[in-house]
Design a protein around this ligand. Structure first.
Ligand code: SF4
Length: 318
């Protein structure tokens, strides 16, 4: 089941104007290994109340994540800062597109307060893409990290950022705020970029991750791709090599699910044993940890994975 949340209140304005005139694309029926828990527990309701009462957005809702029932039951929500409207128009993503509103200067504090109320030992912060801002939102990310550090000093912080393409100096601002984990997803293999992620550049994203390690080698780096978008196996292996060249620590691989019929079709449901095989190959290439399964998402089990990351680094340092 894919949860599709449509927050559009103006019926004249579609959620994805750039996709309205695209032909529908049908995906094959979901196999039985794609099973998710319905979002109807007490924990889910509590998480939802805290998110709403702080006026926050989450990628869990906006992207229609299939894990929302499981994660929110455990009070694990991934905050999406800088509004609910993205300036890119990726073919896989259900986040609303268009021209965003001005930044909310109180948002970093609200995120910090919600982190405290949820009692998060590890928090994940992502954002929409803000190509309209001179720094791509880098300073807002840094302020959010600092506000969480002040309110919740023992909480570890993971950020999942846009690519800051053509935003000179932006990455340096974010890295200087010292997140514990810096995640930037490649999303797919380079041959699929023009179709799947047309506003981005594959080698720019690789270089972004490499530059994080150059600026601060203590920060863990992480990246992920979706499979089922028409990629070949050897291309996935090439992505692994490119990420290891950039010294990326943690790789996630999950199944792409189609949010609506106007989005990119699922070309194939990759069976669980193929994910296991990807995981084995990735470990041989030197990642500290790898998560590869149909329902893997970059922020799924992020807290537990952070503990594994630290343990894996400590083991290699011995
Ligand atoms: S996997 Fe991530 S985006 Fe999905 S519900 Fe869990 S925390 Fe939210």
């Amino acid at each position: 089941m894919v949860v599709i949340v449509d927050t559009v209140t103006n019926p004249l304005r579609p959620r994805h104007p750039e996709k309205v005139n695209r032909p529908d694309s049908a995906s094959p029926p979901k196999p039985d290994w794609i099973r998710v828990r319905a979002p109807n527990t007490r924990g889910y309701a509590d998480t939802r109340n805290i998110v709403k009462s702080n006026g926050l957005h989450t990628v869990c809702e906006e992207a229609g994540c299939p894990n929302i029932g499981e994660c929110w039951d455990k009070k694990h929500a991934t905050f999406m800062i800088m509004g609910d409207t993205c300036t890119r128009a990726c073919a896989f993503c259900n986040v609303k597109t268009g021209l965003p509103n001005a930044l909310d200067s109180a948002e970093p504090q609200h995120v910090a307060e919600a982190t405290a109320k949820l009692g998060l030992a590890h928090v994940v912060i992502t954002s929409v893409d803000r190509d309209d801002l001179a720094d791509g939102g880098a300073e807002h990310f840094a302020q959010t990290i600092r506000a969480i550090r002040a309110a919740c000093p023992s909480t570890t912080i993971e950020i999942l950022t846009p690519d800051f393409l053509r935003k000179e100096g932006a990455l340096e601002v974010v890295v200087a705020a010292k997140p514990d984990v810096f995640n930037h997803n490649l999303e797919t293999v380079p041959s699929r970029y023009l179709t799947v992620r047309p506003g981005a550049r594959y080698f720019h994203s690789i270089r972004l991750l490499q530059r994080v390690k150059e600026l601060d080698p203590t920060i863990f780096t992480k990246s992920g791709i979706m499979v089922g978008l028409g990629e070949e196996r050897h291309e996935v292996q090439q992505v692994m090599d490119d990420l290891r060249s950039a010294e990326v620590d943690f790789l996630t691989i999950g199944q792409y699910l189609q949010p609506t019929r106007k989005h990119h079709a699922v070309m194939r449901y990759v069976p669980p044993d193929e994910f296991s095989s990807y995981e084995k190959v990735a470990y041989t290439k030197g990642f500290l940890i790898v998560s590869a399964s149909p329902l893997t998402r970059s922020s799924h089990h992020a807290g537990e994975d952070f503990a594994r990351l630290k343990a894996a680094r400590a083991a290699t340092a011995r």
